[in-house]
Design a protein around this ligand. Structure first.
Ligand SMILES: [Fe+2]
Length: 265
């Protein structure tokens, strides 16, 4: 995530509800209307099935409390509004407690097609469908639990496993490659690019390889990792991920395939 933002967090009331403006609701409505046909075409089955289970409102910004009510019986996850930017230790702790930290603001019209920092469209439209799937719910919690065991110097390594799966992961479905990750599902441009662009590299899912792969948050990804099936993620949960981080650190980062500016992780 970027180091600064022009957006400010919105404060929930005593029931946890946020008073979004009519303009905010209109931005949500137009974003969903633009993105839904593309997601229907390019997203993987687990994402689309999660969407169906949650039946998010299309005409207004959803409330985290309502989403929590839907998610709790499905996977035990909650969604909690947080300031726009939180640190890794808080992020991993919340994941370990099956609580998803959601930035509460929604982008301005001028940022309609691209915003560097996560807004509530990314958080809810992008993330909540996989949180409704027990397998991704388990994987996300496992990332959080590993984060609790990490030292501060390990966070940037661990986050790559989250980045290249939950945020920007792809998965095979028959002969096709489909989008799983929230960063892609909520991106008007990168969604199609990630599965069709001829210059993007699509590597097989491999934990150590992922941990060693640097990324940038502000460009279309030059490298994606493709799961053969969701079982690969569940197998990753059973590994000693902290040991994997130590192995990756000993091997070192891969040379980045992009200019160095604003490298994260
Ligand atoms: Fe995200």
């Amino acid at each position: 995530m970027p180091k600064s933002t022009k957006y400010t967090a919105k404060t929930p009331d005593h029931e946890g509800r946020i008073d979004y403006s009519a303009q905010d609701d209109a931005v949500w409505c137009d974003l969903v209307a633009q993105q839904q046909p593309r997601v229907a075409k390019f997203a993987a089955r687990p994402f689309l099935e999660g969407q169906k289970k949650l039946n998010l409102p299309m005409d207004r910004v959803p409330q985290c409390v309502d989403l929590t009510e839907s998610l709790l019986p499905l996977t035990g996850w909650r969604v909690a509004p947080v300031p726009a930017l939180i640190g890794f230790s808080q992020f991993f702790k919340m994941l370990s407690e099956r609580t998803f930290p959601a930035a509460s603001f929604i982008r301005d019209r001028e940022d309609f097609d691209y915003i560097e920092e996560p807004d509530i469209f990314h958080e809810i439209y992008g993330h909540s469908p996989l949180l409704a799937d027990a397998r991704f719910a388990e994987f996300s919690q496992a990332i959080g639990e590993t984060g609790l065991r990490c030292g501060a110097g390990d966070y940037a390594w661990l986050i790559r496993l989250y980045w290249f799966t939950v945020e920007f992961g792809l998965i095979r479905e028959g002969d096709a490659i489909k989008v799983l990750g929230s960063g892609l599902a909520s991106s008007p441009g990168e969604l199609q690019y990630s599965v069709e662009d001829q210059t993007a590299v699509r590597k097989p899912f491999d934990v150590i390889d992922i941990l060693r792969t640097p990324y940038r948050i502000d460009i279309n990804q030059p490298v994606y990792f493709v799961l053969n099936d969701v079982q690969q993620l569940l197998n990753a949960c059973k590994r000693d991920l902290l040991q994997d981080i130590k192995t990756a650190q000993a091997l070192g980062l891969h040379a980045p395939s992009f200019p160095q500016k604003k490298m994260a992780g």
